[in-house]
Design a binder for this molecule. Structure first.
Ligand code: C2O
Ligand code: CU
Length: 495
């Protein structure tokens, strides 16, 4: 045999061997990515103690305090609601009809209101939504068992079933509720609504409090469930509070024109001394986030629209003022420098009990047997993601880093975090508390929160398609475990 042929043969053998190894590794990677039909979410997370104390023997994933014992108070509720999850055909003002999933037959579902200090009771009835539904109180720091996450804090409620949530309204502000069962499809199809907690003292007489939920239904942009332009008569001088809620998966660019205004709250927390804005900035509200804006109704029309769409809400002073104000959008509004600082229980200089870094990335791999470019959290593909471990009372620093080319609206359940800095620039405006924060490509946020609400809480991207594709993990209090499982007979699929 010539040298050449020998070399060729060796190369062929090596090539085949390499191929066999590659296929073997691929098969192993594929197989090891498969998720069982049912599993406890705590069995997978890599426990990360953030440099803080580790309980002797580590955290027991089973046993301990059950999530199911962390319910809201008993006693007589101050407000009571009943929501019926049902399929319905929704007719938009343009005449378009949409087969939706709804609460009480409408999209959005009814606005629920409570006052601070109320004990709220909501009974969820599932008429016909398969395989089940839950209600999560987005942004409301409820007791853990009332958090409404299928497979983590409860079982999904099947058609014909019902479930009662009870929690004290300890915050004031704009929140929303949505199903947290198959949420990527159920929320998109309409299972959501606004939830408002008002202060105890009544608002001024001539005021208008208007939740405005923006949602794209089957590709049609809607404001408050209406497509195109809707109008509302408001007498001049009225103090108008618009509660902007983004229930979609992408940032929502709201533009308000025709009046100066203030951004008075973000994610259900009032801002300190917010200044008057009159350069018509784009209010880019994160997916799942909320901005409250306040204005004094002028004697000419005011328009709120979602930039790049036809969805517009016109407030008109009544006398046939039909001119819609000119509406070119300005630069993005930036909460980092807006309003004035005031003393907070902690700051960047505080001594933190635990510090976590959560880096969002992307790499090729398998997710539950599916090959592709996958989202990663600290390098791991779901379920190989960190589980942030805390103890009650801990002061926690959380650094969010986005190493991808897509924005990720990161949402932490059960807690509000104070923004300390963005890309190394300290927050210098009003204290900015968030529960749903857009982490832009390449950016880095430092946040701080007090671990004051024991339980097992989701921390996930509120682009719910990203969450369903693995951008999801948990914040766990040492000693708390869940008896619920993902999958299983209850068909629990939180994402
Ligand atoms: Cu708005 Cu985990 O959800
Ligand atoms: Cu995301």
């Amino acid at each position: 045999m010539s040298v050449r042929r020998v070399v060729a043969r060796v190369l062929a053998v090596v090539g085949v061997a390499a191929l066999v190894v590659a296929i073997g590794l691929g098969a192993w990677a594929w197989k090891s990515s498969l998720l069982p039909g049912s599993y406890n979410v705590m069995d997978y997370g890599r426990q990360d103690y953030g440099g803080g104390a580790i309980p002797p023997g580590g955290h027991a994933v089973h046993g301990g305090v059950s999530v199911d014992t962390l319910h809201g108070p008993t006693g007589r509720p101050d407000v009571r609601y009943r929501l019926v999850a049902q399929q319905a055909t929704v007719r938009l003002p343009s005449g378009k009809q949409i087969e939706a999933l709804t609460f009480d037959g409408t999209v959005p579902g009814p606005v629920l209101r409570a006052h601070r200090g109320d004990l709220v009771e909501v009974t969820l009835v599932n008429r016909d939504v398969d395989p089940g539904v839950t209600i999560h109180w987005h942004g409301v720091d409820v007791p853990n068992a009332e958090d409404g996450v299928a497979g983590v804090t409860q079982n999904a409620i099947p058609p014909g079933g019902s479930h009662t949530y009870r929690f004290p309204a300890v915050q004031t502000g704009t929140f929303w509720y949505h199903s947290h069962e198959s949420s990527s499809s159920q929320v998109a199809r309409g299972l959501f609504g606004a939830f408002v907690i008002e202060p105890r003292e009544p608002a001024a007489n001539s005021s208008l409090d208007l939740p405005v939920v923006a949602h794209e239904l089957h590709g049609i942009e809607t404001l408050g469930g209406r497509d195109g332009t809707s109008r509302r008569t408001v007498s001049p001088g009225t103090v108008v509070r618009l509660r902007l809620v983004n229930t979609d998966n992408a940032p929502k660019p709201f533009v308000l024109s025709g009046s100066s205004f203030r951004v008075v709250a973000i994610d259900g927390t009032d801002l300190n001394r917010p200044g008057s804005i009159d350069d018509r900035p784009t209010l880019r509200v994160a997916a799942g986030g909320r901005y409250d804006v306040e204005l004094a109704m002028p004697s000419s029309p005011v328009a709120l629209r979602v930039d790049g769409t036809t969805a517009t809400l016109v407030l008109s002073p009544g006398d046939g003022g039909t001119v819609v104000p000119e509406d070119t959008a300005g630069a993005n509004f930036d909460p980092l420098t807006y309003g004035e600082p005031t003393a907070m229980p902690f700051a960047a200089s505080s001594a933190f009990d635990r510090s976590f870094t959560l880096k969002i990335g992307r790499k090729p791999g398998f997710l539950d047997g599916h090959p592709g470019m996958q989202w990663t959290l600290n390098g791991g593909i779901y379920p190989d993601v960190p589980m942030l471990m805390v103890e009650p009372g801990d002061l926690v620093k959380l650094t969010l880093v986005n190493d991808t080319s897509t924005v990720h609206p990161m949402h932490l359940h059960g807690h509000h975090a104070l923004v300390l800095s963005r890309d190394g620039r300290p927050a210098t405006g009003s204290p900015w508390w968030t529960d749903t924060l857009d982490v832009e490509p390449g950016s880095r946020y430092e946040l701080a929160f007090r671990a004051d609400n024991p339980g097992l809480w989701m921390e996930h991207c509120h682009n719910l398609n990203h969450a369903a594709a693995g951008l999801t993990m948990h914040l766990a209090y040492v000693g708390v475990a869940t008896p619920f499982v993902t999958g299983g007979d209850a068909h629990n699929h939180p994402e």
